[in-house]
Design a protein around this ligand. Structure first.
Ligand code: OOG
Ligand code: MG
Length: 259
């Protein structure tokens, strides 16, 4: 029996809308494949767009060892970012409407021109307008954040919201291969990391994303925002907490969790 991709996308969209967890699909359908999962993700995006949202970029996930170890899944994946997922720097991330949100520091790229094909890291970075620090809120729609690779791909890489730092810096003005990152919660340092954790260099994540999209016959349009993947494990977003991420050369940004 083949997997019902349409049903999976519909269930994940409903789980997102209603902030309710579902069981991972690979439990009931062990044959659910990665190719089917990306198809389900495309259908999930179509549900969001039909609901009035717009596509503003892409995210990479599981590009660092801390994340792979935390989640028990060991291959980079990608997902989409929509306009309604964006929260302003310093803004509130509502906990109502989310299931079990976590937050993680990311490096983001903003493209000045379209990127397609299979670029080298240098070619990919040449299309970048600027780099900024970012935070991603992830909120797996799966019970206990438990999934296998096809499940998390279908669920848009657990993505829920993202915040971008105000300081946009040209990539050539940064030592992107080793930017220090600190995350403080309510003023206390909780996580330390380096951009080196992201495939050795976040530019590799960008180039890998473009190559993965090329396999689907897609490109990254000018203006796209790309999250390269978290450099550290994610931490639970607790009610009323303030999470501040500081990036060497890129300043800091802050998210406030709602009640
Ligand atoms: C999967 C999403 C991973 C990242 O930055 O590695 C991700 C998860 O942890 O639920 O966004
Ligand atoms: Mg992430």
């Amino acid at each position: 029996m083949s997997t019902d991709i349409k049903k999976i996308a519909k269930e994940l969209y409903a789980a997102h809308k209603e902030a309710r967890e579902v069981d991972r699909f690979t439990a009931a359908s062990p044959a659910f494949s990665l190719a089917e999962a990306y198809e389900a993700q495309r259908l999930l995006l179509a549900h969001h767009l039909t609901g009035g949202d717009t596509l503003v970029g892409r995210k990479m996930g599981l590009t660092s060892r801390p994340k792979m170890q935390q989640m028990g899944v060991h291959n980079p994946i990608h997902g989409f970012l929509t306009a309604s997922m964006h929260v302003a720097d310093g803004g509130e991330v509502a906990l109502r409407g989310r299931i079990h949100p976590k937050i993680e520091p990311e490096i983001a790229f903003v493209l000045k021109r379209e990127l397609g094909g299979r670029p080298s890291v240098a070619e990919a970075l040449a299309a970048v307008e600027g780099v900024c620090g970012a935070l991603e809120v992830i909120d797996s729609r799966y019970r206990n954040f438990e999934f296998q690779l096809p499940d998390v791909v279908a669920d848009n890489g657990s993505s829920s919201a993202f915040l971008l730092g105000a300081k946009l810096v040209r990539p050539q003005h940064l030592d992107l291969a080793n930017l220090g990152i600190t995350v403080e919660v309510n003023g206390r340092a909780q996580l330390f990391g380096s951009s080196a954790a992201i495939l050795g260099h976040p530019g590799r994540s960008l180039a890998a994303l473009v190559a993965l999209l090329d396999e689907e016959g897609k490109t990254l349009p000018a203006g796209s925002v790309v999250l390269a993947g978290a450099a550290t494990a994610a931490i639970p977003l607790t009610p009323g907490s303030r999470v501040r991420a500081t990036f060497q050369g890129l300043g800091s940004l802050e998210a406030r969790a709602g009640a």
